[in-house]
Design a protein around this ligand. Structure first.
Ligand code: NAI
Length: 463
């Protein structure tokens, strides 16, 4: 049996990216993956299929609501749900196939099956034990369960089931107004479902900038989503085709309310997936929250065993896992891997998109500092007006004394792409003035970023 330099467990964005970087650095690399296709949750049942459905249904919404006003007359398209799912599967296939191609190109072995780690330096898959100098655990996460709620992936579904429903439900209840709930809730609302989101907290997308939370909720309500806020779901009862969701409002905890649904989407968070790896027997230290404990170089307490992505602490985001994947490869190759956790953007791919990075105004104020805030509405952005998406704004948060950019929040067109201008600025320690002095092409949405930067100084032009 040949000896590997690295065996990576899991071929999601953390694992496959790490494998490619390991191979590029000259390490003999294998990846263990038990799914039939590479790419993990993100490519198979997460980010990518949901983006295909968001794109298709956004076009539907545009045709139904905005085409006539632009002079595009005629009957709005009807939905062929089977074809939409085929389109989604084709998008997934192109992406997962692309990773397989990259593995071959980089001479990475794909060991098919589910891995156990019987000892440091050994990875067992089925009957075969492979020898390796290093192991990287990148086994990702799974939907967290909710007490009193049994998932059957038919009537009570996680995001996985929600991406593949046999038909568009008439009534959908979404538990949790986080990223998954709002993205998939948007998809079904656009397809004509009556969608109610039940959220425990008093604001959607907990932890996000408060201004964004308010504006985002208002826009989603206009799009037809209903919200029940401050409500804890206590159980879901199902018959063969229907469900009843019980919840209690925090202000009236003794009164149980009930919502009927054809489908219930449980989107109340995810938890690390480490089943079957044999971590307990191996003596791998875990955190109190069930994550694998690692040091600043992604090393566990067991020599030669590393962990990255959703199984360790930090935001459960594909791009955070990718960064760690590249960095741990550098560490294993004897170089200096680094991830700047202060500059990891977060994006919600609704319409409009929502994107954030760095610190929030509220967190800075709570910490006793007085940030400088520059805000600019897309109402003053010509390009956003031209596409009928002028709701929303860009908000830049800078240090009041040094003008250094500390964070940003954008709700508006292409927010998920525009946030990276701020990310680069933050990586270079730029000031808001640096962004304000940078020429931005006209007419672009990104002019709103410059205007928000100007709002941190002498003022924006178009406000
Ligand atoms: P989340 O943590 O974003 O949101 C869960 C929501 O459920 C929270 O608002 C929470 O207050 C609420 N909740 C929890 N228990 C509840 C109860 N009993 N009753 C009512 N509400 C309850 O989790 P989500 O949306 O499931 O996403 C999981 C992970 O996947 C997150 O880390 C997310 O960042 C990631 N993800 C990222 C995407 C992106 O970057 N666009 C897309 C999809 C997922």
């Amino acid at each position: 049996m040949s000896q590997y330099d690295v065996i990576i467990i899991g071929a999601g964005p953390g694992g496959y990216v790490s494998a490619i970087r390991c191979a590029q650095l000259g390490l003999k690399t294998a990846v263990v993956e038990g799914r039939d296709t590479l790419g993990g949750t993100c490519l198979n049942v997460g980010c990518i299929p949901s983006k295909a459905l968001l794109h298709a249904t956004h076009n539907l919404h545009d045709a139904q609501h905005n085409f006539a006003g632009m002079g595009l007359k005629g009957k709005a398209p009807s939905v062929d749900w089977e074809q939409m799912k085929t389109y989604k599967s084709e998008v997934v296939g192109q992406n997962t196939g692309g990773i397989e191609f990259l593995f071959k190109k980089n001479k990475i072995d794909w060991i098919k099956g589910w891995a156990t780690i019987p000892a440091a330096g050994k990875v067992q898959v089925g009957e075969t034990t492979y020898e390796t100098k290093n192991i990287v655990i990148a086994s990702g996460s799974e939907a967290a369960s909710l007490p009193g709620v049994e998932i059957d992936e038919k009537i009570v579904v996680t995001s996985t089931g929600a991406l593949d429903l046999p038909k568009v439900p008439k009534k959908m209840v979404v538990i949790g107004a986080g990223v998954i709930g709002l993205e998939l809730g948007s998809v079904y609302a656009r397809l004509g479902s009556d969608v109610t989101v039940v959220e425990y907290m008093d604001a959607i997308t907990p932890g996000m900038d408060k201004d964004v939370q308010r504006t985002f909720k208002r826009i989603l309500e206009k799009q037809g989503l209903k919200f029940v806020m401050g409500a804890a779901v206590s159980g879901v009862e199902t018959t063969k085709t229907k469900a009843k969701v019980s919840y209690a409002l925090k202000k009236t905890p003794d009164a149980t309310e009930v919502l009927d649904a054809d489908v219930v989407l449980v989107a109340t968070g995810r938890k690390p997936f480490t089943d079957g790896l044999g971590l307990e027997a191996l003596g791998v230290k875990m955190t109190e929250r069930g994550q694998i404990a690692t040091d600043a170089h992604w090393a566990t307490n067991v020599a030669g065993v590393y962990a990255i992505g959703d199984v360790i602490e930090g935001p459960m985001l594909a791009h955070k896992a990718e960064d760690e994947g590249m960095a741990v490869a550098e560490v294993i190759a004897g170089k200096h891997g680094h991830v700047n956790y202060g500059v990891i953007p977060g994006v919600v791919y609704t319409t409009p998109e929502v994107a954030t990075v760095g610190q929030t105004e509220d967190a800075l104020k709570a910490a006793g500092t007085k940030p400088k805030v520059g805000k600019f509405s897309f109402m003053g952005n010509a390009r956003a007006k031209a596409i009928g998406q002028s709701e929303g704004f860009v908000k830049i948060i800078a240090d009041a004394e040094t003008d250094r950019v500390l964070g940003a929040a954008i709700i508006g067109p292409a927010a998920g792409d525009m946030i990276h201008e701020i990310c680069v600025a933050m990586e270079f320690g730029a000031s808001a003035e640096d962004i304000a002095l940078t020429c931005h092409a006209h007419p672009t949405y990104s002019e709103a970023v410059r205007e928000a930067a100007l709002a941190c100084g002498d003022g924006p032009i178009h406000a």
